[in-house]
Ligand binder design. Structure first.
Ligand code: AMP
Length: 633
């Protein structure tokens, strides 16, 4: 069987409990990297895979590992090394998800910044798979709390990222300590020379896997993307549905379950929609497509498989609600619009960690995908009002209203209430609990404070203690904007946590993050000037050490000692330090400079799992002097 013919997980020799779990999570078909990698890993081969986040690579190694485990043996049989704690957690969660029917299975994420005791306790109890950041894994190995003499498989996930973050010596050290005959799978988005060298040295006759991307020109299709993390995907989609004139729409999601869930949600919001997935019997699928053709339905929520070859002229829009695995899938999806010489619209939702896929799609299709202007609250509300009025006009024109007119008149006389108020009460009744308009007071407030912050010196009303104090602080370097985030020393934040979280959440390359100063209650961080508002909004909501960042720009033009909320106003002597910390793992400082990401200018492709909230500690003396730790990246 060639990998092209692997169209279902059941064609792969995976254990039945895994197939059952895959069916439950709603995966319909293996992604290209899975179709290629799983058979090789099951055969015990070493694999060198060039694949990025979002391609389904986690399942590509997790499923064969799970399939080969001896559950009765409780020592680590597989180790996955990942560059960040977020990725380690996410990979461990994926293992857990696929192993939900493997009785007695244990996976443990280990990463820096977390208490050793809990990890040691779990390791002693026995785990089958360890997923960890290199530094912490190495520490456990040195302490003898992690024994890898029974290790069967070692996975290096996002190897280029580990290189970029300065972990590569640790990775090699770990590689050298593991048994000689373990199987290795190395995944990397790019293949810089150092990664190739490691592969040549440690992998035995590896099979190389690259995801081929086919492209075709799609010039009649206008392509736009929306960075989704700021606004919830469903909210973004409903806004688009309200404001974007469309005829028929195909919304692509990844799983069968997601087709059902999203379709239900849209239906609940009043749209004529239906799911389309591979589990739905063929005749019913055909009926659904027919309904889309003749306008009984306007929206289909589909998986790639179910929409293969779909040809409905009235599909004016394709929304990639979940980003596709690869360019080929993208090209296929958007090709469902712009049929029969018509124009079409393709909209792609992109989370910060998926930006590299956006870049890859642009590169492969040689077309720029523009940032979409999401319709504003005002526009949506204007349209809702217009529709509301139109309904009145239509009803007045087409309905027999005699009886109602009489009743209203009766009511008016009996209760002495003006007709206008009665009409308003009826409108409220008709509208039910769903407000007619999107409330935008909060939004306006947020926007105005953003504008004020960006243009003026004060980022936030200064706390008394800070306003009183004096101090000195240099302005941010050219091209940078200083921002304040509401997490500080008392939340036990480390520069690495800040870099990791900001890079992950806002899709900023960590190289572009400048000086970081950590104070008692908050921190200041220099970010590239002119960050898109969406990125700011995402960062506002992001959390580090359990604290919502509530990021605000601080007026960089303020003269030192004047600006409220600026370090100049804080009674500190800045402690200047050049600290280099393993970004976002909170591990020990690295001894080397962080290397620029080889070859690409792309963002680190890490997963956006937020650190668990820690209990807030209340500072005993709020007026205490604030001593920042300075870091430059
Ligand atoms: P990864 O590249 O491993 O980070 O996976 C990206 C996303 O794709 C995750 O949300 C997975 O749950 C999802 N995914 C992985 N494999 C499949 C599949 N075969 N079908 C549908 N979704 C998948």
């Amino acid at each position: 069987m060639t990998t092209d013919t692997v169209t279902a997980f059941t064609q792969l020799p995976l254990q039945p409990p895994l197939l059952k779990a895959l069916d439950e999570v709603g995966y319909e078909t293996p992604s290209p990297i899975q179709a290629q990698t799983i058979p090789l890993l099951l055969q015990g081969k070493d694999v060198l895979g060039q694949a990025q986040t979002g391609t389904g690579k986690t399942a590509a190694f997790a499923l064969p590992i799970l399939s080969g485990l001896e559950i009765s043996r409780k020592d680590p049989q597989a180790l996955v090394l990942a560059p960040t704690r977020e990725l380690a957690i996410q990979v461990a969660e994926a293992f857990q998800k696929y192993a939900r029917h493997l009785q007695g299975f244990h996976v443990l994420p280990v990463y820096g910044g977390q208490d050793y005791r809990g990890q040691i306790h779990a390791l002693k109890r026995g785990v089958h798979v360890v997923v960890g950041t290199p530094g912490r894994v190495m520490d456990h190995m040195r302490r003898g709390t992690l024994l890898l003499n029974k290790l069967k498989v070692l996975v290096l996930d996002e190897a280029d990222e580990m290189l970029r973050m300065g972990f590569i010596d640790d990775v090699e050290w770990i590689l050298e300590q593991t048994p000689a005959h373990r199987q290795i799978a190395l995944f990397s988005a790019t293949m810089p020379a150092q990664i190739r060298r490691i592969a040549e040295k440690h992998l035995q006759a590896p099979e190389q896997i690259t995801i081929q991307t086919k492209t075709s020109t799609v010039e009649t299709i206008r392509q736009r993307f929306w960075p989704v993390s700021g606004l919830h995907k469903l909210d973004a989609l409903t806004r688009i549905l309200e404001a974007e004139p469309f005829d028929g729409m195909l919304v692509f999601v990844r799983t069968k379950t997601a087709t059902l869930e999203l379709s239900e949600k849209l239906e609940a919001r009043g749209y004529d929609t239906a799911p389309l997935n591979g589990d739905i019997p063929q005749n019913q699928r055909e009926r659904t497509i027919q309904q889309l053709k003749n306008g009984q339905l306007d929206i289909l929520v589909a998986t790639d498989v179910a929409a293969r070859g779909l040809d409905v002229e009235r599909v004016s829009h394709v929304v990639n609600y979940d980003i596709p695995y690869d360019t080929e899938a993208y090209v296929h999806r958007i090709g469902r619009t712009g049929r029969a010489g018509r124009k079409g619209d393709a909209i792609l939702f992109v989370a910060p960690r998926e930006r590299h896929l956006l870049n890859a799609i642009e590169k492969a299709t040689r077309q720029k995908i523009d940032l979409m202007e999401l319709p504003s609250t005002e526009l949506i509300n204007d349209q809702r009002i217009a529709r509301f009025k139109q309904r009145i006009t239509d009803t007045l024109a087409n309905e027999e209203l005699g009886l109602y007119a009489q009743l209203i008149e009766q009511y008016r006389q009996e209760h002495n209430v003006p007709a206008q108020e009665i009409a308003a009460a009826l409108a409220r009744l008709l509208q039910g609990d769903t407000p007619l308009l999107i409330p935008h007071r909060a939004q306006r407030k947020a926007v105005s404070s953003y504008r004020k912050d960006a243009g003026q010196a004060s980022a936030k009303p200064a706390r008394k203690t800070e306003a009183r104090a004096t101090g000195r602080e240099s302005s941010p370097e050219a091209g940078k904007q200083r921002c304040r985030i509401e997490v500080g020393r008392r939340h036990k934040v480390k520069p690495g946590n800040i870099v990791g979280a900001i890079a992950n959440e806002a899709g900023i390359d960590s190289k572009q993050i400048g000086r970081i100063s950590i104070y008692e209650d908050y921190s200041l961080v220099d970010l590239p000037a002119g960050l898109p508002k969406a990125a700011f909004n995402t960062l506002k909501r992001a959390r580090i050490a359990g604290q919502q960042l509530n990021i605000v720009p601080v007026g960089s033009e303020a003269s030192p000692g004047k600006a409220a909320g600026h370090p100049a106003n804080i009674g500190d002597r800045p402690v200047r330090k050049r600290v280099q910390t393993k970004a976002s793992t909170g591990e020990r400082p690295v001894r080397k400079r962080v290397q620029p990401k080889a070859g690409t200018g792309e963002n680190p492709s890490r997963k956006g799992v937020k650190p668990k909230a820690r209990p807030k500690k209340v500072s005993k003396n709020k007026a205490r002097k604030q001593k920042p730790v300075k870091t430059r990246w």
